[in-house]
Design a protein around this ligand. Structure first.
Ligand code: FAD
Ligand code: DLZ
Ligand code: SF4
Length: 511
């Protein structure tokens, strides 16, 4: 036999580097393995989505006359891990060599390095060039810099890709239109209705398997209707560009109870598993701007998230690992409370986000950043626990993207490698950008006393608690000046009430 090509669950792209020179006689290996489903106990919906997408991808390849050796989770001989399945496949097919595309996660990269040592055949690990920025390119960008700034990286990516460029100048005369992208949602703005994708026989079998095998994992499977094929993924991207993208920028930071998606694309899981190529997402968005159907603030905002943030956090992950995982510069040690899993909390903003993620494995960016993430920062939850939660609950979560967003963006646990200051905010921000506070038992206006919003107490408690570590930061100077001017008794009251709130958090560790 010729070559064995091992394709992982987040490598479902026909143009994958390991599939590019597919030749007659080659076999593609894909496997569902227990270890990947439980290195953290992923949301049921994430496992179901990925297995359904993997099975459909295998069907697609077979329809193109590719030989696929697909090992299902309930295959009696399944060893439950990548290494075991590769060894078995090598014994079955006796290939001349194994070809893989580098993985998204550090721990899998270590496995691949071991395969090179331990297998009797050669193992060719190819770069994952679905990302626009190679590891070498990112290292060149970061070389000699003490602090990394996404904005400068993004400008380099714009110039290199030519997206939204007019000659050497950014289209519309600016690199970044974020100032136009901070509108709350007026009551009369209705988000568009979404297409649904139903469940075919292949997906139904996966849903049954997941319900039977992962019943004790977080989250629900009801009304599963996410795209699981390349055709469906492309349809959902086209729908977004045509229908939601025009308002994506303006309402990017807005939140409304009962409306999890608003004008967001909902394509992160599709891009991350390979069904949509990041370049095609950007090119379709840019085409919408060039033909006048979407404004520059929306299209620039969308492209920035993909060629800016998405590529940037991946660069940070691979540059900083393995030490990055243990970052804890603010010495945060508190355990995550049970209500992150049960959703039972009277903080309405958190409760709404937790209910949504339980049912759909999705929250949009501002919910992840300014509601849940902000709360984790203010309470001082242990970064390891927060990382695990974010990796479990979202259907788009892989360590390379989750970790920098948690460690660097929300928790400031890396001491400001790329955030110029912690993203800490009081209730004011949530009140301005959402309708959550209207039906909450707390008041965003009250700073202390009965009914005061915990975010208000926790904000100043966080600032005071971290004075030693943060007050040297010039971007925190005004905050610390304000704290310094505050009445000492008032500060003591805030801190006492914050402590009371924190002491009341229940963390049994049972979830
Ligand atoms: P849209 O709002 O429509 O944005 C378009 C695309 O831009 C997304 O699909 C995504 O591919 C990309 N993008 C946007 N923001 C980021 C970002 N900060 N980092 C990387 N890519 C970005 N995204 C993941 O894909 N996986 C994760 O595990 C993940 N964990 C996160 C954890 C935290 C604490 C935070 C603050 C953000 C996290 N994000 C993660 C980024 C972002 O929240 C999601 O990509 C986004 O909410 C997905 O929804 P969407 O497809 O509707 O995105
Ligand atoms: C996330 C995931 C899960 C739950 N299961 C599998 C699996 O059974 N088989 C597989 O090939 N990939 C799976 N994945 C995705 C992998 O965890 C992912 O490829 C690695 O984390 C590298 O990014
Ligand atoms: Fe959240 Fe406070 Fe508003 Fe309640 S009042 S929804 S806890 S920000």
């Amino acid at each position: 036999m010729a070559t064995l090509r091992f394709v992982l669950g987040d490598q479902l792209s026909r143009n994958l580097s390991s599939l590019r020179d597919l030749a007659e006689g080659d076999v593609v290996l894909m496997c569902e393995v227990a270890d990947e489903t439980r290195y953290v106990r992923h949301h049921k919906r994430k496992i179901a989505f990925l297995f359904a997408a993997m099975r459909h991808f295998a069907e697609d390849l077979r329809a193109r006359d590719v030989t696929v050796d697909y090992v299902a989770l309930d295959d009696a001989a399944n060893t439950g891990c990548f290494t075991g399945e590769l060894e078995r496949a090598v014994a079955r097919h006796r290939p001349d060599g194994v070809v893989v595309t580098e993985p998204g996660e550090w721990r899998v990269r270590q496995m691949m390095e071991d395969w090179r040592e331990e297998l009797d055949v050669s193992v060719d690990i190819r770069p994952d060039d679905r990302f626009l920025c190679s590891h070498e390119r990112f290292r060149a960008f970061a070389h000699g810099l003490k602090q990394l700034r996404m904005e400068f990286f993004y400008r380099e990516m714009r110039k290199e890709t030519g997206y939204l460029m007019e000659g050497d100048e950014p289209a519309g005369g600016r690199w970044n239109f974020d100032h136009s992208n901070r509108e709350p949602l007026a009551a009369d703005v209705a988000p568009p209705e979404r297409p649904t994708y139903g469940v075919d026989e292949t997906t139904r079998e996966v849903l049954d398997l997941v319900a039977a095998r992962f019943g004790n994992h977080f989250g629900g499977l009801d009304d599963f209707d996410y795209p699981v094929t390349r055709r469906q993924a492309l349809h959902s991207l086209a729908w977004f560009v045509e229908t939601a993208l025009p308002d994506f920028g303006t309402y990017q930071d807005a939140m409304r109870e009962g409306e999890p998606l608003l004008f967001h694309s909902h394509v992160s899981a599709l891009i991350n598993c390979g069904l949509i190529d990041p370049r095609e997402a950007c090119e379709r968005a840019e085409a919408a701007w060039r033909d006048g159907s979407a404004p520059i603030n929306a299209v620039e905002g969308f492209i920035r998230q993909i060629i800016g943030w998405r590529e940037f956090v991946r660069g940070v992950y691979w540059r900083e690992m393995p030490d990055y995982a243990a970052s804890n510069k603010l010495l945060a040690r508190r355990k995550l409370p049970d209500f992150f899993w049960t959703g039972e909390t009277d903080l309405n903003c958190l409760g709404a986000c937790f209910r949504e993620v339980r049912d759909s494995a999705y929250n949009h960016h501002i919910q992840r950043l300014m509601v849940i993430g902000n709360f984790c920062l203010l309470c001082g939850f242990d970064p390891k626990e927060v990382q695990e939660w974010y990796l479990v609950v979202y259907h788009d979560a892989y360590e390379w993207v989750e970790m920098p967003n948690v460690v660097g963006m929300i928790l400031y646990a890396d001491g400001g490698l790329f955030a110029s200051k912690p993203y800490a905010a009081s209730a004011n921000y949530i009140d301005k950008m959402s309708d959550y506070c209207g039906s909450c038992r707390y008041s965003p206006k009250l700073k202390t006393g009965e009914g005061a919003c915990p975010f208000n107490l926790l904000y100043w408690d966080f600032v005071a608690r971290n004075a030693e570590r943060l007050q040297g930061n010039p971007r925190m100077a005004r905050t610390y000046a304000t704290l310094g001017r505050m009445d000492a008794k008032k500060v003591a009251t805030i801190r006492r009430e914050a402590e009371g709130f924190l002491d009341g958090l229940v963390s049994t560790g049972e979830y």
